[in-house]
Write a protein that binds this ligand. Structure first.
Ligand code: CTP
Length: 409
């Protein structure tokens, strides 16, 4: 995928800077051309000559200290590159790009690039977990940058936790996945298709201060919506409560309960060609919605909460499915995934289902990654590796597109 392509590798100042050598060897094996840009602090950990020898290209360090390591024109690398990888990416470069600061060769090149930019962070666990860093990463992702999350383990500083640069083999696989997705994006292959996507949890109200809900963050649905827009499709996103920022260009309808989601889906359905129901809808709601806060003083010992069934939105929409429309369901399972998936396809009149085993490491709620089974209505199925949810989103859209094409044959 990256054979013959130009990869710009940004190396920033962290103990994992030496791992960039392994990344370069991997990229060379794939057949990519690599240009390295180092920050000044990266040169405290490894010298530019190492990268120069490994890549066969001169290495850029500073915009103004030419011509020591720099014999190329300012910005030219941003134009020449097919993809940018920042590995290791420190909290500093992540913060700078999130804030729009371009004060050295690497941050300037990132800012001037319209190519995919991928960050592979590596830093001390406490820094990584710092809400400021987390927020900056969210900002980057909302703006279309990619993050390959670090792995957990014993860090160089002796702390234990997440913050180690991801395995080089995983970084290389992800880089190729992201590049492939970006190629699809350029095709505008979803132009003319209108999608209705649901995302997030629902909240079922007990009283004015309490509700029943689940762990869904909405990430999968938001990634699907983002991918649709990138590929030229139109999307309406019906979202339960989520802290995610709605991506630009997407019409969002915010709902709270399953019943509200059902109403919003029914209203928008006639204007869609494809329904993707990634929301984690509560199957039950409290029978009574108390108008006032339930006080414990009036209830000695145990209390009972009676729940009634919510509408199964996907099942109800399946009953009135319009010819030519495609319905995609999701399933979060803990066992017998394929059998349960096939059963849901039948019951809910789906074209295919995206099922995941929430007990698998790196899958399901609140992860940036997912491992899913695509189960078709004819019973065929396949399983993805652990990949970013954005990659799963594109795989789902590829499948929708091939279903659409087979309808017109
Ligand atoms: N779904 C829905 N309305 C509901 C419950 C689920 O539209 N009240 C949709 C979800 O958005 C998802 C699919 O149905 O696309 C599967 O949801 P899931 O809860 O896994 O399956 P259920 O059919 O509810 O079965 P069970 O909870 O017994 O596994």
């Amino acid at each position: 995928m990256l054979q013959g392509k130009n990869v710009v590798l940004g190396v920033t100042g962290g103990i994992a800077a030496y791992k960039a050598c392994e990344i370069i060897s991997g990229l060379k094996k794939i057949g990519a051309n690599i240009d390295v840009i180092m920050t000044k602090s990266a040169t405290e950990f490894i010298t530019p000559y190492t990268f120069q020898s490994l890549t066969g290209n001169s290495v850029i360090v500073n915009m103004f200290e030419s011509p020591k390591y720099w014999d190329m024109e300012h910005i030219s690398l941003a134009q020449k590159s097919d993809i940018l990888l920042i590995a290791p990416a420190t909290a500093n470069i992540i913060g700078k790009v999130a804030a729009g600061i371009a004060d050295d060769m690497l941050s300037t090149t990132i800012m001037a690039s319209n190519k995919p930019v991928v960050f592979a962070p590596a830093m001390n666990t406490k820094m990584y977990e710092n809400p400021v860093v987390q927020k900056n990463m969210e900002t980057l992702m909302a703006r279309g940058y990619h993050i390959i999350p670090p792995k957990g383990g014993m860090l160089a500083c002796g702390d234990e936790g997440q913050g180690k640069l991801q395995e080089v083999s995983i970084i290389l696989d992800e880089l190729q996945n992201i590049y492939r997705q970006e190629l699809q994006t350029e095709k505008n292959d979803l132009e003319g298709l209108r999608f209705l996507v649901t995302a997030g949890p629902t909240r079922e109200i007990i009283d004015p201060v309490r509700f029943l809900s689940n762990h869904s963050t909405g990430k999968m649905g938001y990634e699907i919506a983002k991918a649709i827009v990138k590929r030229g499709g139109a999307v309406k996103l019906i979202s339960g409560p989520s802290s995610l920022q709605a991506p630009q260009g997407i019409e969002v309808v915010s709902v709270e309960t399953a019943e509200e989601m059902f109403e919003a889906v029914k209203e928008a359905y006639p204007q869609c060609d494809v329904l993707i129901k990634s929301a984690a809808v509560s199957d039950y709601r409290p029978k009574i919605r108390e108008a006032q806060k339930v006080k414990k003083e009036s209830q000695e010992g145990e209390i009972q909460l009676t729940l009634v069934r919510n509408p199964d939105i996907l099942l109800e929409m399946g009953k009135i499915k319009e010819p030519g429309k495609i319905h995609v369901g999701f399933a979060a399972e803990t066992e017998n995934i394929i059998e349960q998936g096939k059963d849901k396809i039948q019951r809910k009149n789906l074209d295919f289902i995206v099922a995941n085993d929430v007990t698998e490491e790196g899958a399901g709620f609140a992860h940036d990654t997912n491992i899913v089974y695509f189960i078709d209505k004819n019973g065929d199925w396949d399983k993805t590796e652990k990949v970013e949810k954005s990659a799963v989103a594109h795989d789902i859209l590829d499948k929708v597109l091939s279903k659409k094409k087979s309808q017109t044959l």
